[in-house]
Design a protein around this ligand. Structure first.
Ligand code: NAD
Length: 260
């Protein structure tokens, strides 16, 4: 059975990313947990990382119990020291990282005049600087390994102003800019860098949005619903795999045609 019907999901893979070593940030729950499960199911060794240690450890144990190669380590993406430790750990446990899924994120729903400096800094530190630090710490291993794939999680709010969320949108736009810059710089080393731009995905993050906002967004989605995390994971898996060997420098909406 595949991960689509099996939360542990280790039995249905066909090795689409076997031999790859993946680090997934923010993988204790939500979309990050789905990315980690599917990458492991398809043969990657996966280091799950988050600041929610108990939940992250539990997901890693569930993957390992089902036969996948996975372990957990605490990594606050805004902390360069945590990145140093995590990249050392993944190298020691599985080898140099060849797939980075920079997924960790926090939401801020305030408009430009409402958001205070503290919230702006926190959102920027996690959603923007965290992605930069991830690439800075993982791309050298990919170059050393002869290539790799970086998947940065942006948002449809990284493309357009569909909501007031000023700090969030600024950071998610920056993720796309950094993605393009890195794709250009490290393409010659065999490193592909892409951004994924989810629309409305059913996770604790969107579950925390005011009901009116969720209903208004869903009404604008031509496919008429929010996506399940595993539907985004299928795109992440594709980008991590050799099937995407000529895909780099893109920002791909996965939004049920919201942006259409
Ligand atoms: N849910 C949506 O509708 C939606 C839409 C577009 C983009 N996104 C993006 O998708 C990504 C995943 O979000 P999700 O929907 O799974 O939300 P989520 O809140 O369920 O998961 C986010 C994860 O990031 C972790 N995290 C937060 N701060 C961290 C830090 N400093 N260091 C490490 N980990 C940290 C959280 O603990 C959590 O496990 C985020 O980047 C989010 O902005 C979500």
């Amino acid at each position: 059975m595949s991960v689509l019907g099996d939360p542990a999901g280790q039995s249905g893979g066909s090795g689409r990313v076997s031999g790859k070593v993946a680090l997934v940030t923010g993988s204790a729950r939500g979309q990050g947990a789905a990315h980690a499960r599917l990458l492991a199911e398809e043969g990657a060794a996966v280091l799950l990382t988050d600041v929610l240690d108990e939940e992250g450890q539990a997901v890693a144990e569930e993957i390992a119990a089902a036969g996948g190669r996975a372990s957990y380590q605490r990594l606050d993406v805004a902390s360069p020291a945590d990145w140093d430790r995590a990249t050392a750990t993944i190298r020691e446990r599985f080898g140099p990282v060849t797939v980075l899924v920079a997924n960790a994120g926090v939401v801020s729903r305030r408009s430009l005049l409402e958001v205070d400096d503290e919230e702006w800094e926190r959102v920027t530190a996690i959603n923007q600087r965290g992605v930069m630090l991830g690439m800075r710490h993982c791309i050298p291993s990919m170059v050393e390994a002869g290539g790799g794939s970086v998947i940065n999680i942006s948002s449809v709010l990284g493309i357009a102003a569909l909501a007031p969320h000023a700090a969030y949108m600024a950071a998610k736009h920056a993720v796309i800019g950094m993605t393009r810059a890195a794709a250009r710089s490290y393409g010659p080393d065999g490193v592909r860098v892409n951004a994924v731009c989810p629309g409305m995905i059913a996770t604790p993050m969107s579950g925390g949005a005011p009901a009116g906002l969720v209903t208004a967004m869903v009404e604008r989605i031509p496919l008429g619903r929010a996506a399940e995390p595993v539907e985004v994971a299928q795109l992440v898996l594709f980008l991590a795999s050799e099937e995407a060997s000529y895909v780099s420098g893109t920002a791909i909406p996965i939004d049920g045609a919201l942006m259409a």
